[in-house]
Write a protein of this length. Structure first.
Length: 476
C-alpha cells in the first residue's frame, strides 16, 4: 500500500512539474512571439474597408515622388489619434522619401517652426505635408465625417494623398466654374465637391462669360451647374468655339417642375450641336431596386459600360440622382460625334413630359423607360486641326451637392466625369472609407490567405500542440 501511495505521489509530482514547465515554456514562447511580432514590419489589415492599407492610387503618387516629403502630425504627447497614426505608418514605410514625425506644438515649438508655415497657429490634430517650399495643411475636421447614410467615414488617405499630389505637382488642369446664370453656388452647396477637386489637383477659377470675349485659353474644363437662366446667343457662339479648340465641358441640369415653358433654348442648342437634348422633363422610377425607399423620384440608375462608371460598378456602389431630368438625343453626325450612355433608369420607369400634369401615375403623354440620365460625348475636331473635345451631360445637379455627394458612388461619378474629360485621370480617385463596416468582404488573394490560415495554419498548430502533449505523457 505504501509503495502504491509513493508511486502515486511521485507521478503527481512529475505531472505537476511537467505541467509547470510546459506552461512556462508556452508563456515564454508567447512573450517572445508577441515581442517579435511587434518588431516585425509585417501587418495585415482586417478592416472591412481596408482603413490602414494604401490604395494603388496612393502608391502610384508615392512612387512618382522625386524629392523628400516631410509629414508632421501635430498632437499633444500621448494624445495621438490611433487611426491617423496607423495610416501615417503606412506612408512612412511606403517610401524612403517620406518621413513622418509627431510634434507637440506646446513642448516642441522649434520643431514646428522648422516647417516655416507662416501661420499664426496650428491646431492640434493637424497634419502638415511639406515638400520644399510647398506645403498643405490638413485640418483634423476634414479627416472624419458622417455620410448621408449615417456611417462614420475616415478620409485620411484621401486627404494625405491629395496633399502629396498638391506639394509635388508641377502642372494643374484649370477648371472654370460658370456664374451669371443663377447657377448652383459652389460656395454654398458644392463645398465638398470643390474640396475634392482641389485634392485631385485641379486649379479652380470662376467664369462669367457675359464679361469676357471668349472662354479663357487656359481652360481645360468648363463646369456649368444647373443654370436657371439661359445663355445668350453670343455665349452660345463662344462655347461652340471653345469646343472646337478641344475644350472639355461638364453640364449638370435639374428638372424644372410645374411648367411647360421653354427652358434654356440656347443652352439646349449647344447640346444639340453635339447630339443631345435637355428639353424639360423628370423621371419616375417604378422598379423598387432602382430608387431609394424615400421616393420613386430618387433614382438609383443602371450604369453603362464606360470608364466613368466602370470602377463604381466594380466596387458595387450605387449612384443616387434626386429628381433627375432625362437626357434625349437629336440627329448628329456619328462620324465626328460619339455618344456613350453613362446612366439610365429601368424599363419600368417613365418620363413626365407634360410638367403641369400633377398625376402620380403614368399617363399617355409620358415617355416609356428606360430613360438615359447621363451621357459622355466625344467630339472630333480634326476638321479644325485640334484634339477632340470631351463632354459629360448629367440630368441632375443635386447628386453633387453637400449632403448628397457622400452617398456611395456619387463622388466617384463627380470626379470620374471630370477626370475622363481631362483625359483619363479617373484612376486617381480615392473615396472616404467607412469606419466599422458591418460586413467584412474578402476577395481574391486575401480570401486565399485567410482560408490558408483558418484551414491550414490554425489546425496545424492545434495538431502539433496535441502531439507534443501526447509525446510527453507517453514518455512518463
Amino acid at each position: 500500500m505504501d509503495k502504491t501511495q509513493s508511486f502515486l505521489k511521485k507521478k503527481k509530482r512529475s505531472f505537476i512539474t511537467i505541467t509547470a514547465i510546459t506552461l512556462a515554456l508556452v508563456l515564454l514562447v508567447s512573450v517572445f512571439a508577441v515581442k517579435i511580432a511587434y518588431n516585425l514590419p509585417w501587418s495585415y489589415d482586417m478592416t472591412a474597408t481596408r482603413l490602414f492599407t494604401l490604395s494603388e492610387q496612393s502608391l502610384s503618387v508615392i512612387d512618382a515622388l522625386t524629392e523628400p516629403v516631410q509629414i508632421g502630425a501635430v498632437y499633444s504627447a500621448g494624445s495621438e489619434e490611433m487611426m491617423v497614426q496607423s495610416l501615417l505608418n503606412e506612408y512612412d514605410e511606403a517610401s524612403d522619401l517620406i518621413s513622418v514625425e509627431y510634434i507637440d506644438a506646446v513642448k516642441e515649438p522649434a520643431k514646428l517652426a522648422r516647417y516655416n508655415l507662416d501661420l499664426a497657429s496650428v491646431p492640434n490634430g493637424s497634419i502638415i505635408v511639406k515638400l520644399g517650399d510647398h506645403y498643405k495643411l490638413i485640418n483634423s475636421d476634414s479627416l472624419f465625417d458622417t455620410s448621408s447614410e449615417g456611417q462614420n467615414t475616415f478620409s485620411g488617405e484621401q486627404q494625405i494623398t491629395g496633399a502629396l499630389r498638391f506639394v509635388s505637382s508641377t502642372d494643374m488642369p484649370v477648371v472654370y466654374v460658370t456664374t451669371g446664370h443663377s447657377e448652383t453656388n459652389p460656395d454654398d452647396s458644392l463645398t465638398v465637391a470643390m474640396i475634392n477637386l482641389g485634392l485631385a489637383m485641379y486649379d479652380m477659377r470662376s467664369l462669367n462669360l457675359q464679361q469676357t470675349n471668349q472662354v479663357p485659353e487656359d481652360a481645360d474644363i468648363v463646369i456649368m451647374m444647373n443654370p436657371l437662366q439661359d445663355i445668350s446667343e453670343r455665349e452660345l457662339g463662344l462655347y461652340k468655339d471653345y469646343l472646337k479648340r478641344g475644350g472639355g465641358f461638364l453640364l449638370c441640369t435639374d428638372a424644372v417642375t410645374n411648367t411647360n415653358s421653354l427652358q434654356l433654348p440656347n443652352l439646349n442648342a449647344l447640346c444639340n450641336s453635339f447630339g443631345l437634348d435637355i428639353t424639360n422633363n423628370y423621371v419616375v422610377e417604378e422598379d423598387q431596386d432602382n430608387y431609394l425607399s424615400v421616393s420613386p423620384l430618387y433614382l438609383v440608375p443602371d450604369m453603362g459600360a464606360h470608364e466613368i462608371t466602370q470602377q463604381i460598378g466594380i466596387q458595387e456602389l450605387q449612384v443616387a440622382l434626386p429628381i433627375a431630368r432625362g437626357i434625349g438625343t437629336v440627329d448628329y453626325d456619328s462620324k465626328t460625334i460619339k455618344h456613350e450612355m453613362l446612366l439610365a433608369s429601368s424599363e419600368k420607369s417613365w418620363a413626365r413630359i407634360d410638367m403641369t400634369n400633377d398625376s402620380t401615375v403614368k399617363t399617355e403623354t409620358d415617355k416609356n423607360g428606360p430613360i438615359p440620365l447621363a451621357y459622355a460625348v466625344t467630339i472630333s475636331n480634326v476638321a479644325w486641326g485640334n484634339e477632340a473635345s470631351r463632354v459629360v451631360v448629367i440630368g441632375d445637379t443635386t447628386f453633387a451637392t453637400d449632403g448628397n455627394i457622400e452617398f456611395q458612388g456619387n463622388n466617384d461619378l463627380w470626379m470620374n466625369s471630370l477626370n475622363w474629360i481631362e483625359g483619363g485621370r479617373q484612376a486617381e480617385v480615392i473615396s472616404a472609407k467607412v469606419i466599422g463596416g458591418n460586413s467584412l468582404v474578402i476577395r481574391g488573394n486575401d480570401f486565399v490567405r485567410l482560408a490558408a490560415i483558418c484551414v491550414g495554419v490554425v489546425p496545424l498548430i492545434c495538431f502539433i500542440s496535441a502531439l507534443a502533449v501526447w509525446a510527453l505523457r507517453r514518455n512518463q
